[in-house]
Design a protein around this ligand. Structure first.
Ligand code: UD1
Ligand code: UDP
Length: 380
């Protein structure tokens, strides 16, 4: 069978490496994969850096769409993806998560009757002010095979009317929903073992620079970067925390561009001169796994980084009012603090003095990609 995989934003590029690896290792005689990069992310350290390091096949097409408003960006992608689907005539389209690249591909494929495989289906924040929530809901409802990493994801789909009984002939009107574990758990296990095997710990430039035991922080959610009050509250809390802890902050380009315009002058200057806050460019995935593993706590608004904190058994303080990954909060190893200065400091201190100890295996058996390939071969 021929599949087209659409990637565009950093987390999708990383996720796609798990499926490409499963195809290469176990299904190369049955599945031909063509990769299309929309170009939503385009900086070297947001895109190119991942291909060689994670052995992702080179995209056959790069649509070069770049940054724009939601409508303009999504529209350009739809037009170009449709052309490729018409030309390539794949058996199925594979899409990940909830970005504008995901939605554009879902619209293009569903209208011309190409079955959609949605990986990371069913996740919900129940907050439609997030562009991602719109993208997820719309994508799920035009997909044919929906692979959910968590039980709560499957239950969300059930509550939206999906029939959980498997059909022998799934279609867009009678889709199949699977609980299959998290494809990023596959990746974290695979690449952490490579790190251990190759002692990348010692070769990561960050090992020599930062050692271990810092707080790792990432911020990029538009609700945080586009609202000056939220951004000032978060960075004021980071300043306070940095009085006693070192904070490493690989900064997303969206946030980097907003720093000087959104932050109050005194906060901005204090952040810039601080010796215990290290603002660095986005790092490669192996370096990120190193930084996550070497940290003692992770402060983030990223979906992927929240989960990796759990996979690597690090406490996580989430800079959002809610999360799609409800299991990690229910487990007590992650806390939701929104952009509330007092709550951020309180939960960071509480986790530092009393770190959680239990991390039950709730994200599968690190074989989600293999399972997904088997179902695609069986049904599409
Ligand atoms: C997108 C996704 C978000 C995901 C995130 C992962 C949508 C609606 N949002 O958010 O769900 O969590 O990717 O990182 O799809 N920029 C650069 N260089 C790049 C890419 C972006 O400078 O390579 C800057 C541009 O100023 C751009 C801004 O970042 O306008 C935002 O990029 P965009 O892709 O629109 O959204 P993200 O915030 O990255
Ligand atoms: N990541 C990375 N380098 C960085 C920051 C993040 O490789 O400097 C990885 C991280 O390990 C995770 C993914 O990017 O696998 C998460 O992407 P992001 O936070 O951009 O998006 P989200 O998951 O919130 O959609």
């Amino acid at each position: 069978m021929k599949i087209i995989t659409i990637i565009g934003a950093r987390p999708q590029i990383i996720k796609s490496s798990a499926l490409s690896r499963a195809i290469r290792d176990c299904f190369s005689d049955k599945i031909e994969e063509i990769i299309v990069h929309t170009g939503q992310h385009y900086d070297n350290n947001m895109s190119e850096v991942f291909f060689e390091q994670l052995s992702i096949p080179k995209p056959k097409y790069n649509l070069g769409v770049g940054s724009a408003s939601h409508g303009a960006q999504t529209a350009k992608m739809i037009e170009k993806i449709e052309e490729i689907l018409v030309q390539e005539k794949p058996n199925a389209l594979v899409i990940y998560g909830d970005t504008n690249s995901t939605l554009a591909a879902a619209i293009a494929a569903s209208k011309i009757h190409v079955p959609i495989v949605h990986i990371e289906a069913g996740l919900r924040s129940f907050n439609k002010s997030m562009p991602e929530e719109i993208n997820r809901i719309m994508t799920d409802h035009v997909s044919t095979l929906l692979f959910s990493p968590t039980i709560s994801g499957v239950n969300n789909l059930k509550n939206e009317g999906f029939d959980l009984r498997l059909s022998d002939n799934p279609t867009i009107d009678r889709p199949n929903v699977y609980h299959c574990g998290d494809i990023m758990y596959d990746n974290t296990i695979h690449f952490s073992s490579l790190i251990a095997g190759n002692s990348t710990e010692n070769t990561s430039e960050y090992y020599n620079k930062y050692g271990k035991g810092f707080i790792l922080c990432t911020i990029h959610r538009n609700a945080n970067t586009d609202d000056a009050k939220r951004m000032n509250d978060i960075f004021s809390a980071i300043l306070k925390i940095s009085q006693s802890e070192r904070v490493i902050l690989p900064l997303h380009p969206r946030t980097k561009k907003m720093l000087s315009s959104q932050l109050d002058k005194d906060i901005y200057e204090s952040i810039m001169v601080s010796k215990s806050i290290e603002i660095i460019d986005p790092v490669s995935f192996l370096d990120m796994i190193y930084l996550e593993s070497a940290s003692k706590l992770i402060l983030t608004d990223s979906g992927g980084v929240q989960k990796e904190a759990y996979f690597l058994e690090k406490p996580c303080v989430i800079l959002r009012p809610e999360t799609e990954w409800v299991e990690i909060v229910e487990n007590g190893s992650a806390k939701l603090v929104d952009a509330n200065y007092d709550k951020i400091i309180q939960e960071v201190n509480s986790f530092l003095s009393n770190p959680p100890k239990n991390y039950p295996k709730i994200f599968g058996d690190a074989k989600a990609s293999q399972f997904i390939c088997e179902q695609m071969i069986k049904y599409l």
